[in-house]
Design a protein around this ligand. Structure first.
Ligand SMILES: [Zn+2]
Ligand SMILES: [Zn+2]
Length: 195
């Protein structure tokens, strides 16, 4: 028997995002659909937006046996919370995240010809969906999230939300250049100074 070229890291099958591929078998074309509630991995966040901690994702996963390994496909709805990039109001939203990830069999041609960071690997009969899920969710997070598409933002002069200001709101009168002009005119208007 040739020695195993790679040491197989043991996956903990009790982890919620670890799947046992014995359920699908190794005959190419066979499929298995699995539904499973999973706690969202920690730390899925950008500056202004995050997946709320403690969220449960309802995973509906298709495992498909292919020549080189097991293909995992799923679409998951991920809730988001954050602050609007224009007005800083808190908002809640959700994104649909598509994941399609191949997990190559050990000693398959894919295993021999690709790096592990290019194509994921099965570890024994198990696969860990967490890294793929994590990458897909972070990619789907909006870098400039908005409370709504047409959020008008804040008045740059007073910082009040444009929604809360009358349409004619402006700061023309308080413009310091205008005030300076008014001051220049002051002596002419008032005439001689009182003694
Ligand atoms: Zn906003
Ligand atoms: Zn203003």
């Amino acid at each position: 028997m040739p020695e195993n070229r790679k040491t197989q890291e043991r996956l903990d099958p009790r982890k919620p995002l670890v799947f046992d591929t014995r359920e699908v078998g190794r005959r190419p074309g066979s499929m298995k659909r699995l539904r499973r509630p999973v706690p969202v991995p920690e730390g899925l966040a950008l500056d202004l937006v995050r997946v709320p901690a403690g969220t449960t994702l309802e995973l509906d996963v298709m495992l498909e046996s292919v020549l080189e390994g097991v293909l995992v496909s799923t679409t998951v709805t991920v809730p988001l919370e954050g602050e609007c990039g224009r007005c800083l109001d808190p908002f809640q939203d959700s994104v649909e995240v598509d994941i399609q990830e191949l997990y190559a069999y050990p000693d398959s041609e894919t295993d021999d010809t690709t790096d592990e960071d290019e194509v994921s690997r099965l570890q024994g009969d198990f696969l860990d969906l967490e890294p793929a899920l994590r990458d897909a969710v972070v990619l789907a997070l909006p870098t400039n999230p908005l409370c709504r598409d047409d959020c008008p933002g804040l008045c740059p002069d007073c910082g009040v939300h444009w929604d809360d200001l009358p349409p004619e709101h402006s700061h023309d009168v308080a413009d310091p250049r205008w005030a300076a002009l008014q001051n220049l005119r002051e002596p002419d208007v008032k005439g001689t100074q009182p003694n």
